[in-house]
Design a protein around this ligand. Structure first.
Ligand code: NAP
Length: 289
């Protein structure tokens, strides 16, 4: 059999991001013409190298697409009170439409308290309880960027969701839980799996859509899938050569799946794109007030 016939369609997060970012640039320019440039305020605490890279990419994406951005680099020794006070200033600043505090935070700072201090109408990550609750009740204000990006990918590739069985592996507040809610909102029958799930492949074998958001290599292999399933790889891990890789065993999954996202070039770029979209939409809402 021709090997090519059995390969999955690659969901290209770079290309889709490019299209979505063109739209962001146009809408940002329209707001700027009204004197209301969309603004993102980013806060980085400490010197975690991975966080520094994420933050730099977010700020750079803003610059490239006509959003203004500020980066507050605070030392790891900053007190919780000082950080909360800085966030309150940003809450009051009319030039700031989105506030993002890069996680994780140093152990002496309560990240829950930090997230709850961000004004919910500027919480472009969508982590504030008001936004989590709005998502839960079907009236989302900000959808968390990574799951929102995944939904855009499914839509762009005409992958049906309503009536389908979706398995989300991972139950974090940042990815797994909001992912499950968005799939539910779109009409899927959703199973959430996690580290205590007794038989992961029992669930994945009947899934039309599998989203892996675990942070461990090779959690999903081709023999765990139904032929033609869509597999979305959110994971970001390092392989033996210290190169970025996801949660799935790409070669075996690629032979069974109908659609698959690569790492890199899949969900990662979409996450930053959706941060731009959320910030832009926040600025558009503020302009209409
Ligand atoms: P997290 O908070 O560590 O959550 C991981 C989840 O995986 C937990 O719910 C855990 O279950 C579950 N899990 C662990 N081992 C498992 C196993 N063997 N089988 C099934 N489930 C298992 O991580 P996260 O923040 O959700 O992120 C997940 C991954 O996505 C990480 O690699 C992260 O770097 C990546 N990520 C990527 C992007 C992007 O833009 N591409 C954005 C965000 C995150 P328990 O709850 O039972 O512990």
């Amino acid at each position: 059999m021709d090997q090519d016939m059995t390969e999955a369609i690659i969901i290209d997060g770079v290309l889709l991001s490019k299209h979505l970012r063109e739209d962001v640039s146009k809408r940002a320019a329209a707001l700027t013409a009204m004197g209301r440039t969309p603004g993102l305020a980013v806060v980085l605490v400490g010197d975690n190298p991975a966080s520094a890279v994420y933050v730099r990419n977010k700020v750079k994406a803003c610059e490239q697409h006509g959003l203004s951005s500020t980066l507050d680099r605070l030392p790891a020794t900053v007190t919780e009170a000082e950080l909360l006070s800085r966030i309150r200033q940003m809450n009051e600043d009319p030039a700031v439409h989105g506030i993002l505090v890069q996680l994780p935070l140093p152990g002496h700072i309560d990240s829950h308290k930090v997230i709850e201090t961000i004004a919910s109408e500027k919480d472009v990550d969508g982590f504030h309880v008001a936004n989590a609750g709005a998502l839960m009740t079907g009236r989302p204000q900000f959808r968390p960027c990574t799951p929102y990006g995944v939904m855009k990918m499914l839509k762009a590739y005409d992958i049906p969701v309503a009536g389908k069985h979706a398995v989300v592996i991972g139950r974090s507040n940042i990815v797994g839980k909001p992912m499950a809610l968005l799939l539910l909102e779109a009409g899927a029958t959703v199973t959430i799996c996690h580290s205590k799930t007794a038989d992961l492949s029992f669930h994945t074998k009947s899934a039309d859509i599998v989203v892996a958001a675990v942070g461990k290599r090779n959690v999903v292999t081709g023999d765990m899938l139904k032929r033609g399933a869509t597999v979305i790889d959110v994971g970001m891990n390092k392989n033996d050569e210290e190169k970025l890789c996801g949660d799935i065993d790409f070669p075996s999954v690629n032979r069974v799946a109908g659609h698959v996202t690569p790492v890199p070039g899949g969900v990662g770029p979409m996450t930053i794109t959706m941060l731009l979209v959320n910030t832009l939409e926040s600025a558009e809402r503020a302009a209409q007030m």
